[in-house]
Design a protein around this ligand. Structure first.
Ligand code: PEP
Ligand code: MN
Length: 333
């Protein structure tokens, strides 16, 4: 349920509503809006007796929330959320591009690629220091050393950094080093990690699980928000289907579905969806055309020797072409 306060409701009246909600055995989370404050009731399993809340001074109305997720729902927060990091806005209408290698391999590799993606207009540098690999024998990432390299990339280029936390142990050092914490597809339902991510003060990029429904994905985002971190960005990165022409199937329809159900920004990852570089530009155009707030793209200066995901990494000239095409598209958005 959402308890909507009158425009001129005082802070004391908001507090009185929260206290009453707590007396009923639930949690009340205030959601200040431009005109009035609303209070979201969390923890109830069935309908709530609204009369007790409507009787409190300053309460305008009580609206039942029909979705199982509350804080991420557009029902409780009609305006789209913009996640601001420095002077970069994700969800503000201008698509934001995050780009870089799948994995940080060396300082030289990271700086070379960062210079390339910066030159062509990327605002955020991606690169995994901790890598969740399907095989235990594959390169697992440089770990802490990779985080140090990412900090150097930020210092030398001014680009913001996104990198993945793969478990609750490395989340703490990832949080210190990065501007955005990525939670990967394989970890979308790692609830301990989601809760801990919710306790950080850094924005979280939450990738869709390989076989997750929209509802499961939004419930995962709800875990993060219910711990107090409202800066969540969703990422459609392709799902497992019967199709074998691509590594995964980029679910473009997820983008309007998320926009309808939630106020959170959503970006697309055509690299992991396609698994092959020659489809990345077309899928990027598609994602932006259906309303994605940005893209995360794998780029490598020498993909043939990349330590992970070389097949799907764009050559520098392809990344340049992608950015030019996106600029042309902007005129139509
Ligand atoms: C990645 O971004 O390199 C990655 C491992 O992504 P995903 O979790 O989507 O597979
Ligand atoms: Mn990758």
């Amino acid at each position: 349920m959402l308890v909507v306060m009158k425009n001129d409701a005082s802070e004391a009246q908001v507090d009185a509503v929260i206290k009453e909600i707590e007396k009923m055995g639930y949690r009340g989370v205030p959601m200040p809006g431009a005109i009035r404050t609303a209070i979201c009731v969390l923890g109830n399993k069935g309908p709530i007796e609204a009369g007790r809340l409507l009787a409190i001074e300053g309460v305008k109305e009580a609206i039942p929330v029909t979705r199982p997720y509350k804080l991420v729902s557009r029902e409780t927060h009609p305006d789209s959320t913009i996640v601001t990091i420095g002077d970069v806005k994700i969800g503000g209408g201008d698509p934001v591009v995050m780009a870089g290698p799948c994995a940080v391999e060396s300082e030289e590799q990271a700086l070379t690629i960062a210079d390339i993606v910066k030159k062509h207009g990327a605002r955020i540098f991606r690169g995994g220091a901790f890598k969740p690999r399907t095989s235990p024998y594959s390169f697992q990432g440089l770990g802490e050393k990779g985080l140090k390299i990412l900090e150097k990339v930020r210092k030398e280029t001014g680009l913001l950094i996104i990198t993945e936390a793969t478990d609750t142990e490395n989340l703490v050092s990832v949080e210190k080093a990065t501007d955005i914490i990525q939670i990967g597809a394989r970890n979308m339902q790692n609830y301990a990690l989601l809760r801990l991510a919710g306790q950080t003060r850094k924005p979280i990029l939450l990738k869709r699980g390989l076989a997750a429904t929209i509802e499961e994905w939004l419930m995962a985002a709800e875990y993060i928000m219910s711990e107090g971190n409202s800066r969540v960005i969703l990422c459609e990165r392709g799902i497992r289907t019967f199709a074998d022409n691509t590594r995964n199937t980029l679910d473009l329809s997820a983008i309007p579905s998320i926009k309808e159900a939630s106020h959170l920004p959503i970006i697309a990852d055509p690299s992991h969806a396609a698994g092959r570089r020659d489809y990345v530009i077309s899928l990027s155009r598609g994602a932006i055309a259906v309303g994605a707030d940005g893209l995360i793209i794998e780029v490598h200066h020498d993909p043939a020797h990349a330590m992970s995901d070389g097949m799907q990494s764009l050559y520098p000239h392809q990344f340049e072409q992608l950015m030019q095409e996106l600029n042309k598209l902007k005129g139509y958005l």
